[in-house]
Design a protein around this ligand. Structure first.
Ligand code: HEC
Ligand code: HEC
Ligand code: HEC
Ligand code: HEC
Ligand code: HEC
Ligand code: HEC
Ligand code: HEC
Length: 363
């Protein structure tokens, strides 16, 4: 596929977001100030939406940020050690010698030993878990090594390579500037990204109901009153048009980009589904019918099952008269050939959302 093929495309996803959409999720900016007091908390939603809550609570969205003491398997994995031979640093995670913390990350370089008191684990564990903690001096940072459950070991955090590791302090963590600290939490919490990491409440950790639906206080009032006015007073991103929904999910999964050639040339963008999806003919030629929720139930974990996705593909590629054409090669396991997983970073691969004839594109 030549980048020139994309020139005819207009910038279709820059449609204005609806008002509630713009109130909800701007990732890097502060979380909503408007209606802050209208947050009800996921526990309240669960009272009426029991089925959704029961799957959402254990999903990767909900588990994308956890207190370290609550991460299953971490205690059993100790002692965890890693030797960064390039920089002469020895790392280990051990039980903390202070009762208010569960685990410490220790970095030893030369004569010096430095300790990060671990507070939060970022990542649900299917890929890596990166820690955020503080020193006894009160400095917050992101651990320069992460735990990869797949190898049951530590390794350098993705993106952590070019750090200043001239001493044990620099080797321990990537120390936070206030802006970076806030951004880091913004995509992994439901609210409170702007407060100090040791004051974020556990109930707000992870991507929960009101992160995607907006504050629910008014909704609960409306349904409890039962006025029948029909206004449920709650956002539903399922009702967004494709262009808007790509931006909505893209707020955390990275926004679509109009710079097609950059996206095509940079393999690292495979991590960003919206940026790749808009390159697909499926997206471009289906009149706004293809969006994230066409294939994903936002409350559940990935359906790691070929037949599940085959059915989604067939909703458009079913017969000679359907919107999309038939495959001359196979009738099943579509994504194995058209959305293959690509190894992208340490111990992790990602499905490429640029749906295409992959083999002819990369001979
Ligand atoms: C007192 C019961 C109750 C509580 C508590 C409640 N809801 Fe609802 N919710 C309803 C009812 C009833 C409906 C309308 C029927 C339906 O779709 O299930 C609804 C519908 C919805 C919808 C669909 C809106 C649409 O436009 O289609 C969403 C989204 C939603 N609720 C989210 C939430 C969230 C988030 C919370 C927690 C902040 C919550 N609800 C708490 C009763 C409740
Ligand atoms: C507030 C930020 C945020 C928003 C908004 C968001 N996500 Fe996510 N999503 C995440 C994070 C963080 C993870 C990573 C979870 C992990 O592995 O730690 C994730 C993971 C996922 C996964 C992988 C889950 C799995 O089981 O492996 C899917 C699929 C997904 N998101 C789809 C969506 C869709 C679709 C939308 C829009 C309806 C959306 N997300 C909106 C932050 C967000
Ligand atoms: C713009 C939103 C955004 C920001 C900012 C962000 N994340 Fe994430 N993070 C995500 C999404 C979405 C996923 C799931 C998809 C993926 O892995 O790219 C994720 C996945 C992860 C994972 C699990 C996958 C992996 O990398 O092994 C870790 C760990 C993680 N983030 C840590 C962090 C840390 C630490 C910071 C702050 C330095 C941070 N994130 C900042 C959105 C964000
Ligand atoms: C990652 C974003 C995200 C999170 C977190 C999230 N939802 Fe949703 N929710 C959606 C999207 C997107 C839809 C639309 C689904 C569709 O149309 O396919 C939706 C739909 C709904 C609906 C409408 C009925 C339905 O099944 O389509 C209800 C009710 C609801 N969500 C409640 C909740 C509750 C309760 C929680 C927390 C336990 C929650 N949601 C967490 C994104 C999210
Ligand atoms: C045509 C179907 C389809 C659409 C549309 C789609 N996805 Fe996916 N997505 C998949 C498949 C297939 C996988 C890989 C599942 C697997 O390997 O088990 C996946 C995986 C993911 C993952 C996990 C990354 C990984 O591979 O580990 C995230 C996050 C995700 N999708 C988010 C999104 C978002 C956000 C959108 C909208 C911009 C979207 N998806 C649109 C089919 C789709
Ligand atoms: C919303 C409808 C829709 C869905 C869902 C959909 N497609 Fe498509 N797809 C299209 C349309 C329309 C085209 C362009 C016409 C054609 O060649 O079929 C297309 C084109 C393609 C092409 C040709 C790409 C090229 O560059 O020539 C492949 C391959 C493909 N789709 C595979 C898939 C697979 C695999 C899935 C499921 C993961 C899927 N599609 C889901 C609508 C869809
Ligand atoms: C074993 C790998 C493989 C599997 C599995 C597979 N395809 Fe294909 N598909 C291909 C190849 C290779 C081509 C290109 C054939 C060519 O150009 O001669 C193709 C072509 C296509 C096209 C373009 C057809 C055209 O007329 O341009 C579509 C659409 C498509 N596949 C959809 C699907 C769907 C939907 C599924 C699942 C039901 C699927 N494919 C399963 C390998 C596969």
């Amino acid at each position: 596929m030549n980048t020139r093929d994309f020139r005819h495309r207009s910038i279709r996803w820059l449609a204005p977001l609806s008002l509630w959409g713009s109130l909800i999720a701007p990732a890097i900016a502060a979380l909503p100030v408007v209606g802050r007091n209208d947050f009800a908390g996921s526990a309240q939603c669960a009272a009426c939406h029991r089925d959704i809550a029961s799957v959402q609570t254990t999903s990767e969205h909900a588990r994308s940020l956890r207190k370290v003491a609550g991460i299953p398997g971490l205690a059993q994995a100790l002692p965890l050690r890693f030797s960064d031979q390039d920089n002469g640093v020895e790392y280990r995670i051990e039980r903390s010698n202070r009762p208010e913390f569960a685990f410490d990350l220790v970095a030893v370089k030369g004569q010096r030993t430095e300790r990060l008191r671990l507070i939060w684990g970022f990542g649900a564990g299917r890929k890596g878990i990166t820690f955020v903690g503080r020193t006894d001096a009160g400095e917050f940072g992101e651990s320069r090594v992460s735990w990869y459950p797949k190898i049951n070991g530590l390794d350098i955090t993705t993106g952590g390579e070019p750090e200043n590791v001239s001493n044990a302090h620099g080797a321990l963590a990537r120390w936070f500037e206030p802006e970076r600290r806030k951004a880091c939490f913004a995509c992994h919490v439901t609210r409170q990204a702007d407060v100090s990491p040791d004051r974020i409440e556990e109930a707000n950790a992870g991507v929960r109901c009101e992160r995607c639906h907006g504050p629910g206080g008014k909704h609960i009032e409306a349904v409890s009153r039962g006025t029948g006015s029909g206004d449920l007073a709650i956002g539903n991103p399922g009702k967004l048009r494709a262009t808007e929904q790509l931006q909505f999910c893209g707020d955390c999964h990275r926004l679509p980009s109009e710079d097609f050639s950059r996206v095509i040339l940079n393999k690292a963008t495979i991590r960003f589904p919206a940026q790749r999806l808009v390159l697909s003919r499926c997206y471009d030629e289906s009149e706004g019918r293809l969006k994230c929720t066409t294939c994903h139930n936002p409350h559940e974990d990935l359906a790691q099952s070929p037949p599940y996705y085959d059915q989604k593909c067939r909703s458009c590629h079913a017969s000679k008269v359907s919107l999309g054409s038939l495959c001359p090669v196979s009738t099943q396991n579509c994504v194995s050939c058209h959305m293959p997983r690509e190894p992208l970073m340490k111990h992790a691969d990602f499905a490429d959302h640029w749906i295409r004839k992959v083999r002819t594109a990369h001979p």
